[in-house]
Design a protein around this ligand. Sequence first.
Ligand SMILES: Cc1cc2nc3c(=O)[nH]c(=O)nc-3n(C[C@H](O)[C@H](O)[C@H](O)COP(=O)(O)OP(=O)(O)OC[C@H]3O[C@@H](n4cnc5c(N)ncnc54)[C@H](O)[C@@H]3O)c2cc1C
Length: 483
Amino acid sequence: MLDRTAHEALVAAVGPENVISDPVQLRSYECDGLTGFRQVPSLVVLPHTTEDVAQAVRACHRHGVPFVARGAGTGLSGGAMPVADGVVISLQRMREIVDIDPVDRRAVLQPGVTNLDITKAAAAHGLYYAPDPSSQQVCTIGGNVAENSGGAHCLKYGFTTNHVLSMTVVLPDGEIVTLGGDTGEQLGPDLRGVVIGSEGTLGIACDITVRLLRTPETVRTLLADFPSVTAAGDVVSDLIAAGIVPAAVEMMDNLAIQAAEKAVGAGYTLTTPAALVVELDGPESECETQFDEVRAICDRHGCTRLHIAETAAERARIWKGRKAAFAAVGRISPDYIVQDGVVPRTQLAEVLSRIEGMGRNAGLRVANVFHAGDGNLHPLVLFDEDAGELERAEELSTDIAELCVELGGSLSGEHGIGTDKACSMPRMFGEADLSTMDRVRAAFDPRHLCNPGKLLPTPRLCGEQPGRYRPHPLEEAGVIERL
Ligand SMILES: Cc1cc2nc3c(=O)[nH]c(=O)nc-3n(C[C@H](O)[C@H](O)[C@H](O)COP(=O)(O)OP(=O)(O)OC[C@H]3O[C@@H](n4cnc5c(N)ncnc54)[C@H](O)[C@@H]3O)c2cc1C
């Protein structure tokens, strides 16, 4: 519960019509896409402007109230989950596309603009916004910045950080600063880069200026079936070794294909052990030459069916199957967890066979969908909560993420660490690294009010109660100091 003065200060900051305090309505904000972690917030505020955000943050800072920024709540690592006795600052009413500049190819956006709306607005000028998370119809540019989101086309074009030129950030004490600049390259430390991917722990991104790209002259897309995931993985390695950088290379295993077909009927082969979606884009002559090479490489690895999209509608249909895959898994399992990890491409076959064995040992099925070109896996752990399988599923999911680290990869490719994997961070980073990250965080947020308990294992001993910061008894006794 917020105390009365803090509550009044927050209502005054944004106006009573922009505050949610009804307990039933507050429940809509209790989790993000990782529904296993829940916490009802004390209050939700819905600012309209950057100044409103700053006023709300200043009120939190003055009254020592923890706060969590929230975009569309599609995050899959519990990043937007509220903290106990805290406030959610929802950016859903900040949806204005402030400016599209077709000459300098930039867009200025409020943080609640959805990813797909940027491309829709830019399309009239022959431009688009490249990072394309599968959730792009609903996820927001603010959430994309916080997670450094990727998507199918990030293999060729890079992640959010490669496309954000500058942004206005409300720091955890309410100060408004501009990070980055219109030219992209700036003098001094890249604080824009520090904030991107910091999962809402260093401030709230508001007016965001992104780079727009020219819509490619040609796009060629194919769907290819393979007798095994290993054969499909070898195709990916050979494509990259041949110097081809496809716009996208996505892989799905049989379980994922079955789910996607049941949900959207995109024309995938129900019996194939693995399928690849390969897309090339660019000048027509280059695409045609490379497309022939791609077909030859697929044939060399025993491709059993190759379907080439001949129209925009066919291409959209292929992508519908891939982009619907997460949600589609709901057709074949009552519950599921989406995991996100990265391995070097050369370890794809090894990681998939180990995941299969781990699933077998745990008595759970795992479907695999991934951005194969980047080695970015999305194992979907299927379970039935009513049958008491949740804990086993969570354990398996964590073990898979940690396996990725063991194989030389990373705990997350694009969905972030959030609440879900903070406890696994010491598997990937040493004490010195974690301390440095903590100190960077403390430089922005010495009072630890901005999305506390996320990303870094804070307090370091996982299992301690998350939520509002409470000083350690040794801290109170003056024996230790929080930096
Ligand atoms: C079906 C599905 C498919 C997905 N596919 C992909 C994919 O292909 N690639 C990918 O990268 N992700 C994917 N995701 C994950 C998710 O959509 C992304 O992480 C997305 O960027 C989250 O955006 P959001 O607006 O929903 O943010 P939220 O979930 O609301 O918040 C995410 C994090 O960002 C912080 N935050 C939100 N707004 C701001 C802001 N303005 N300033 C500072 N911090 C902020 C929150 O505090 C939280 O920590 C998928 C999710 C789903 C459900």
